[in-house]
Design a protein around this ligand. Structure first.
Ligand SMILES: Nc1nc2c(c(=O)[nH]1)N[C@H]1C(S)=C(S)[C@@H](COP(=O)(O)O)O[C@H]1N2
Ligand SMILES: [Mo]
Length: 309
């Protein structure tokens, strides 16, 4: 079953509507994660239309999803983004699309999605690093946006950049990384239907700490590839700069595919701790490509994944 939108899409069509009209309600319902309180036939329909790629695994609560985060612009502690990301200014927002595209420009969020055809709304994806969660994202396939941008034949990679608001970002003031945070994908990875731009969680707009107003989600790669609060998307012919590889090339590769057979130099990557499973729950075995091998293993058929970690 698909959920096909009209082609004069507005940003409010790709963000959860009731909450979009009344952003204050987000904070009210966020604490309770009270899904039942979100009324309306359209949303009811969206709720029942998961992506064909969604997992059946039980999702984490909104509370868990928004209180245990990595967003170094707001500090390196897992609890710091929830405390400090309120300062992020997300309205107005624009995204620049440039490089090897036919239709470059700087777009408001409405302009960004106008004319796109979007088929799926809920992506209940496992995400994993040393810990894991299952998150029901709202969003759309990155490929829909890249198709609209008109990717030129010479393009081989996509580069992404996060906003920098020094006055609002305590981690930028502390200089904990070389900001802006940057990430990249090979073009075929970017076009894969599992690669989405998320605009919400649990039919609520993204919390700032989750990467509002728009962030990448790449479920077969380690969490750090999923860059938050995107302001620039650039199509390139060479492998782009990526923040973690630049920090430590030996520890973080460009691909960063979830791979239980390749340990991080300082820790095993064979298992993960499921957030919310309780103190005494055992660790779970981490699956190759985070369990999405059927969808993505073919992308790496010719590659040595021990070399290309
Ligand atoms: N801009 C930006 N994006 C980022 C990060 C960051 O520090 N800054 N952290 C990454 C890391 S290390 C992880 S694990 C995920 C965490 O996403 P979550 O907080 O939504 O679970 O965001 C990624 N995206
Ligand atoms: Mo991470």
């Amino acid at each position: 079953m698909t959920y096909r939108f009209k082609t004069d899409l507005k940003w409010s069509d790709v963000t959860p509507k009731s909450a979009f009209l009344n952003r204050r309600s987000f904070m009210a319902s966020a604490g309770a994660a009270a899904l039942g309180s979100i009324a309306g036939p359209a949303l009811a329909r969206i709720m029942t239309v998961p992506s064909q790629y969604s997992t059946d695994a039980a999702p984490n609560t909104l509370e868990e999803i928004t209180t245990y985060n990595n967003y170094y612009e707001f500090g390196t502690g897992k609890d710091e983004p929830a405390r400090y990301a309120k300062a992020l200014v997300t309205d107005p927002w624009s995204v620049t699309i440039d490089g090897l595209v036919d239709n470059p420009g700087t777009f408001s969020l409405d302009d960004l999605v106008s004319g796109m055809t979007i088929e799926e709304r809920i992506y209940r994806f496992r995400c994993v690093e040393a810990w894991s969660m299952v998150i029901p994202w709202n969003g759309f396939q990155l490929s829909a946006l890249l198709d609209k941008a008109g990717v030129q034949s010479g393009a081989k990679y996509v580069s992404f950049e996060t906003v920098v608001q020094p006055e609002n970002m305590i981690g930028v003031q502390r200089g904990v990384l070389d900001f802006p945070y940057r990430e990249g994908l090979r073009l075929d990875e970017a076009m894969n239907p599992l690669t989405i731009l998320a605009t919400g969680v649990y039919n609520e707009p993204l919390a700032n700490q989750s990467g509002a107003p728009i962030r990448l989600v790449v479920p077969w790669k380690y969490g750090f590839k999923s860059i938050k609060s995107i302001v620039r998307i650039t199509l390139t012919d060479t492998q782009p700069y990526t923040t973690w590889k630049a920090i430590n090339q030996r520890e973080y590769g460009f691909y960063s595919n979830v791979n239980p057979n390749v340990d991080h130099p300082r820790w095993s990557q064979a298992s993960e701790r499921r957030i919310g499973a309780g103190l005494f729950a055992g660790r779970e075995d981490t699956l190759m490509f985070n369990g999405y091998g059927d969808e993505v293993a073919s992308l790496y058929a010719d590659m040595d994944l021990l070399e290309n970690y």
